[in-house]
Design a binder for this molecule. Structure first.
Ligand code: TGC
Ligand code: FAD
Length: 387
């Protein structure tokens, strides 16, 4: 509405158009049946890789597209216009698996894993959350103990996106190694097939149904030292990855909100009640105006965040503001759109209810809405509500 695309380069618009066209042509026709069946269209992974969306902001040396932050954000926006589960798949692969290997891994780990992750031949997942450790990851119980040149991992992770289809898991564990202060959080690349490692799928979700969610169970799993991420210690390791993924969500939520707004706008112009299109009623117009205004504000927030990111000035707290705001307005827009569609809004004929259900998870994962409130609160007051 504010001609935001005037702020984008030709290349950024070309990336956006390519991902939007693919999502419309290849993903939207199948998403509803996958959501109903609670499956992810794994057969589309090679096409996603061909589009260049995995690790899109990482260097070409590792088979990636080396894009700047606006193009990366637009990819997330267009994927989530399709479904939050599609954006989740790419967010986890890019921000939570490829990023830590790139930022904290050895050169040998980068060369071994990044090219196959970029090609989608290898899928990754990120294990931070545990049954008793969600918003407070410092309370994690999963731990590693040194045994010769290996580590032995024990523990359990849950709510892990892509866990049961992943070939590798970035597992965060407290390390009892002598070289670290006991209890220091370290990252390990755990490979499918390592004895004692299983990833059972979690069922019965009413949200993100077209996304696989799993537990990770680690029972005396022997992981060689060369699979530990050498260049990061402490909770700032996983939290830095979350900053990357939350950045993507801030853009992605705009896509889901836009899909709901467009569905509501189109429906309101064709649905006749009291002899007129419902779009002619002031109460309906008020909802549509709220939607487009909040989408426009969210776009401006995301665009500015991209510039700060490229200039190396972006803070995690600014990312929290964009994630918190943009997901919140997306949930509100999805709920309003559902109302505008009346009974039709609850069906799979329209994407609205699917987005609404998905966004409840998006509001919770990568830090809940309230946790982001407290992160920003601590930043502006200097008083940390967690301590
Ligand atoms: P705190 O003492 O504040 O911080 C510990 C260290 O980490 C640094 N740090 C960060 N660094 C980079 N990015 C961030 N966002 C950071 N936040 C903190 C901090 O400077 C400190 O460094 P140092 O050098 O002093 O050690 O930690 P705390 O224990 O008080 O916790 C703070 C809190 C609650 C904000 C944080 O733990 C938090 O964000 N909790 C929410 C947990 C969360 O977001 N989990 C997400 C799991 S993954 C997921 O949901 C994937 S969904 C994927 C999908 O499907 O798309
Ligand atoms: P809790 O931390 O138990 O919080 C429950 C409620 O208490 C929330 O409303 C919260 O805001 C509130 N609360 C907690 N502490 C405070 C406080 N100090 N002040 C005020 N309120 C507070 N995790 C991963 O590691 N990897 C993944 O790939 C992943 N994928 C996910 C996919 C899905 C579909 C979902 C739903 C979750 C996923 N998660 C993943 C987990 C997600 O990050 C956690 O659910 C999230 O961090 C919240 O943790 P929790 O569910 O244990 O809630």
């Amino acid at each position: 509405y504010y001609k935001l695309s005037d702020l984008f380069t030709h290349d950024e618009i070309a990336v956006q158009d390519a991902v939007r066209e693919w999502t419309l042509r290849r993903f939207l026709p199948v998403v509803e049946s996958h959501a109903q069946a609670a499956t992810f269209p794994l057969e589309l992974i090679p096409e996603l890789a061909e589009l260049g969306v995995f690790g899109a902001n990482l260097p070409e040396k590792y088979g990636c597209a080396n894009l700047e932050s606006t193009a990366y954000g637009l990819i997330m926006q267009e994927l989530e216009r399709g479904d939050s589960g599609l954006r989740s798949f790419v967010s986890v692969q890019s921000g939570l698996v490829m990023y830590p290997i790139y930022a904290f891994g050895s050169e040998a780990q980068r060369e071994r894993f990044l090219p196959s992750l970029a090609k989608g031949e290898l899928i990754g997942c990120f294990g931070l959350t545990e049954p008793d450790s969600g918003s407070d990851p410092a309370s994690m119980k999963t731990h590693a103990r040194k045994d010769g040149n290996d580590f032995i991992l024990n523990g359990a992770k849950m709510w892990i996106t892509n866990g049961s289809v992943a070939g590798i898991a970035i597992v965060w564990a407290k390390n009892d190694d002598d070289d670290d202060k006991p209890g220091t959080v370290r990252g390990f690349i755990v490979e499918k097939g390592m004895a004692g490692f299983t990833a059972p799928e979690m069922k019965n979700k009413w949200s993100l149904r077209a996304s696989i969610t799993s537990e990770l169970v680690l029972q005396e799993v022997r992981v060689p030292r060369e699979n530990m991420l050498p260049n990061i210690k402490g909770l700032k390791g996983p939290l830095s990855c979350l900053t990357q993924a939350r950045y993507g969500i801030a853009w992605g939520a705009i896509g889901a909100a836009t899909a709901c707004y467009e569905a509501a706008l189109n429906y309101s112009k064709t649905r006749i009640q009291f002899g007129k299109p419902i779009a002619s009623f002031q109460l309906v117009q008020e909802k549509l105006v709220y939607m487009i205004t909040e989408i426009t504000k969210a776009q401006l927030l995301a665009w500015r965040l991209a510039k700060l990111k490229d200039e190396g000035k972006m803070t995690p707290q600014q990312v929290s503001m964009a994630k918190r705001n943009n997901v919140e307005i997306a949930v509100t827009i999805a709920r309003m759109a559902r109302e505008v569609l009346g009974a039709s809004g609850i069906t799979g004929e329209y994407p609205v209810m699917r987005h609404l259900m998905n966004l409840e998870s998006v509001k919770t994962y990568e830090g809940t809405h309230d946790i982001h409130t407290l992160i920003i609160g601590a930043d502006i007051t200097g008083i940390d509500a967690f301590k």
